[in-house]
Design a protein around this ligand. Structure first.
Ligand code: NAD
Ligand code: UDP
Length: 331
């Protein structure tokens, strides 16, 4: 099966690329390196000892997508490409609406034209807004609190409408919780270009001595130790979820959304302490004000992905910390 990955050189895309190549898929990748680096291409080839075709370009550009679909018999697409920084999306909403929506519409138009109707889409737990209860199930009310999240919700709606217009599509919407960790080789991982917004990349900057101290945003949340609780998932487990989703849409038409999380909530302090235990490296921190817009706790009910996709996680919080730190040491 020939699968196109948009944004396949990025953090989640590159780990999925490894899993797909290891599972024997023929993979084609497009990325414009907006938030990734070309050396990931060789690193994936080194890890897998397999080759894949790469196109550099922006998927808002219909011409390059036409070229890819004309040159390759693409049977399914995993659509990772998009901007993902929540804070930046609040400051520059038009940039986010333009890239995330334009790229998706262009991709869907070209797929339709070439009769390629199998799609896996990268959505996010952010579409649950402030959940009414925990754990979060796929049928919970959807709402968003920032433009980034709204792009994901709009795209989910576009996909639903597309499916209604033509029920021969097979679409898996994957709602990721909080991916962290890296490939065990230490060759690929998350490497944000700017000051990181997310917790684990920030912890790594403190562990490496680049930043003096982690600011923990609030210790007065309704959680077991007062710090925010999230569902951290190892990026390799997440990547394997994409292989399962591709296997599923290969044989089943329809549209459905799946939570990809562990089902376990860990606090900021749980993560900091586990990181220190596993690596032996201290992480200085101080408690500061809450970050505007943050919720107390968020974790998945991932039973639907197990039931339908036969997917479940294998890695622990310790594995996530160890592999994140191993990637830091290699880079
Ligand atoms: P990432 O930024 O590492 O990867 C995205 C890739 O897409 C980058 O390599 C970037 O260069 C590329 N890209 C962006 N716009 C493009 C365009 N117009 N044309 C071609 N390439 C383009 O992000 P990631 O963490 O790997 O996330 C992948 C997807 O998953 C994104 O859609 C993101 O919104 C979603 N997601 C991520 C998280 C997370 O915490 N990492 C959580 C939920 C959802
Ligand atoms: N967090 C923190 N300090 C940081 C970054 C994040 O205390 O420098 C907290 C944040 O308040 C939240 C958790 O860590 O409770 C996860 O934040 P992240 O931005 O990684 O994920 P999201 O909030 O988008 O789920």
């Amino acid at each position: 099966m020939k699968v196109l990955l948009t944004g396949g050189i990025g953090y989640i895309g590159s780990h999925t690329l490894v899993e797909l190549l290891d599972s024997g898929y023929n993979v084609i990748v497009i990325d414009n390196f907006y938030n990734s680096k070309p050396d990931v291409i060789d690193k994936v080839k080194e890890i897998t000892n397999k080759d894949f075709k790469f196109y550099e370009g922006n998927i808002c550009d219909k011409k390059i997508l036409e070229k890819i679909f004309n040159e390759n018999n693409i049977e399914a697409v995993i659509h990772f490409a998009g901007y993902k920084a929540v804070g930046e999306s609040v400051k520059e909403p038009l940039k986010y609406y333009r890239n995330n929506l334009d790229s998706t519409l262009t991709l869907l138009e070209v797929m339709k034209k070439h009769n390629c109707k199998k799609l896996v889409f990268s959505s996010s737990a952010t579409v649950y807004g402030k959940p009414e209860s925990l754990p979060i199930k796929e049928n919970f009310h959807l709402s968003t609190t920032n433009p980034y999240g709204t792009t994901k919700l709009i795209i989910e709606g576009i996909l639903q409408d597309l499916y209604k217009s033509d029920p021969t599509w097979a679409i898996a919407i994957l709602r990721y919780f909080n991916p962290i960790g890296a490939h065990s080789s230490g060759l690929i991982g998350e490497n944000p270009n700017d000051v990181p917004n997310n917790l684990m990349p920030y912890i790594l900057k403190v562990a490496s001595g680049e930043y003096p101290c982690l600011s923990i945003f609030g210790d007065d949340y309704e959680t077991h130790d007062g710090t925010g609780v999230r569902d951290y998932i190892h990026v390799v487990d997440l990547a394997k979820g994409h292989v399962k989703a591709i296997e599923f849409i290969e044989n089943n038409i329809g549209i459905d959304a799946y939570n990809l999380g562990t089902g376990i909530g860990y606090s900021v302090l749980d993560l900091v302490k586990t990181f220190e235990q596993v690596t032996g490296v201290p992480v200085n921190y101080k408690i500061v004000e809450r970050r505007p817009g943050d919720i107390d706790a968020c974790y998945a009910d991932a039973s639907y992905a197990l039931e339908k996709l036969n997917w479940h996680v294998e890695k622990t919080l310790e594995d996530m910390c160890r592999d994140s730190y191993n990637y830091l040491k290699h880079n």
